[in-house]
Design a protein around this ligand. Structure first.
Ligand SMILES: NC(=O)c1ccc[n+]([C@@H]2O[C@H](COP(=O)([O-])OP(=O)(O)OC[C@H]3O[C@@H](n4cnc5c(N)ncnc54)[C@H](O)[C@@H]3O)[C@@H](O)[C@H]2O)c1
Length: 432
């Protein structure tokens, strides 16, 4: 089939590359000229393990094309995926749909023959109805079906998640569109994932409800971790004990910093906003958002306590600063408020992250990026393990820091407290 992905970010690029890998011709469109130029040179703009290899293979085979020419890409395709961002609107909880609606308005001018238009972007319930309204003349002439097909891939595991998803959700009441999409997804659903056709609004809500539920699991175990810290219990044992119950499950039940990333924070807020619009009090989701906001503050307080409230001139090294490993995405990473705060308190902050230097900290006077672990750690007062990249699993802090009386704050419970004690390292974990 011929596909057009509008928006070549984490979702559009990964989906486009993976669809091309099973034989489709895919046009990846972006309005960001520089991004498209780089992609046409074979440079992948995001850090996503395994992506570059599949991208290059399919580009060489002419199945994958990168362009800024929306008209040509849409006219040449049967299925159009909208994969643009849906960030939070300024000073509000609601999702900003300006990029989605601007694409719909462009499509209105371009489409001359039947196309299936799919929102893969995460959009609030009734967004599909609004897109259909923008395209009502095309709909009347049966030139479009507007479908919701939310994406569930996780950054860092995006290829595997796209190729082996737990489920593919198709929100449409059009039999024609559903049949075509089932064929498109056949190479994927053949591998044992569930293909689920529901209403368009249903598909839109499934995405938000899923993310809010996962955020709830994280916030739940984070609050239990707070209780563990006061009662001398290791939260890892609680996670294991709880997670062994199949009704609960052990995934997303690991205590750590406040959840971040490009999805959970904005999607939980947008769901609260949808509840408000439909006069429904989503009190659990509201509590999760407020619990997570508090957690950002708690992490800062914890560090202050670890450093006995003497912050000025303390050398703090962050190992990992992205919101999770195997991605370069900094959106809503919990390291941002922490580093901003310690910068203001005149700490000397160093950071190393395998995905490289970050623009977020470039103008902070007390923050320095290191491209190697050892010099980042040398003579540090406090090492903060913020993101659990594999690179940090087997570090020997005694050798790396090479000074007496340093401390380690392990925000992912990556290390064994017993081993740390044996090595005489002043160690602090989360909920233990
Ligand atoms: N990142 C994830 O892990 C993830 C997972 C599932 C769902 N989602 C959802 O998918 C959507 C996209 O997320 P993302 O992380 O890929 O965003 P992103 O910011 O990485 O990419 C969006 C891209 O769209 C482009 N764009 C914006 N307007 C455009 C236009 N009119 N024409 C062409 N290109 C345009 C931007 O230049 C950008 O490259 C969001 O709704 C997000 O919530 C994201």
């Amino acid at each position: 089939m011929k596909l057009c992905m509008i928006g070549t970010g984490y979702v559009g690029l990964v989906s486009g590359v993976c669809f091309s890998d099973v034989g489709n011709i895919v046009y990846c469109v972006d309005k960001d000229k520089k991004k498209i130029e780089e992609l046409n040179k074979g440079n992948v703009p995001i850090y996503e393990p395994g992506l570059e290899e599949i991208l290059k293979k399919n580009y060489k085979q002419n199945r994958l094309k990168f362009t800024t020419d929306l008209k040509k890409a849409v006219s040449s395709s049967d299925i159009i995926f909208i994969c643009v961002g849906t960030p939070t609107k300024k000073n509000s909880n609601s999702a900003d749909l300006k990029y989605v609606f601007s694409v719909a308005k462009e499509l209105k001018k371009i489409i001359k023959s039947y196309k299936i238009i799919i929102t893969k972007s995460t959009v609030p319930v009734t967004t599909g109805d609004k897109i259909e309204n923008i395209l009502k003349n095309l709909k009347k002439r049966k030139l479009v079906d507007i479908v919701s097909n939310p994406e569930f891939l996780r950054e860092g595991e995006a290829i595997r998640d796209f190729v082996y998803p737990d489920r593919v959700i198709i929100g449409t009441d059009s039999k024609k569109a559903n049949k075509t999409l089932k064929t498109l997804y056949m190479p994927i659903i053949k591998k044992n994932s569930r293909y689920f056709n529901t209403s368009r609004r249903g598909a839109e809500l499934i995405k938000y409800a899923s993310n809010a539920f996962l955020a709830t699991k994280i916030s739940f175990i984070n609050e239990i971790a707070n209780l563990c810290e006061k009662t001398g219990i290791d939260v890892k044992d609680v996670s294991l004990g709880m997670g062994s119950d199949e009704r609960i499950g052990d995934r997303f039940l690991r205590a750590g910093p406040a959840y971040g990333g490009s999805c959970f924070p904005k999607d939980t807020r947008a769901l609260i906003d949808t509840g408000k619009k439909f006069n429904t009090d989503l009190s659990i989701v509201k509590t999760v958002v407020s619990s997570n906001d508090k957690r950002r503050f708690l992490s800062i307080k914890r560090v202050e306590k670890i450093l006995n409230n003497k912050l000025s001139n303390k050398v703090i090294t962050f190992l990992g600063i992205t919101f999770k490993p195997n991605t370069d995405d900094m959106r809503e990473a919990s390291s941002i408020p922490m580093i901003n705060y310690f910068n203001k308190k005149n700490c000397k902050i160093r950071y190393f992250d395998p995905s490289g230097e970050k623009k977020e900290f470039k103008n902070l006077k007390n923050v320095k990026y290191f491209d190697k672990i050892k010099p980042a750690c040398l003579n540090s007062d406090l090492i903060i393990l913020h993101t659990e990249w594999n690179d940090f699993k087997l570090l020997n802090f005694k050798k790396l820091v090479n000074k007496k009386n340093f401390k380690v704050y392990d925000m992912r419970n990556m290390y064994s407290p017993t081993r740390m004690k044996k090595m005489n390292i002043d160690y602090f974990g989360i909920g233990r």
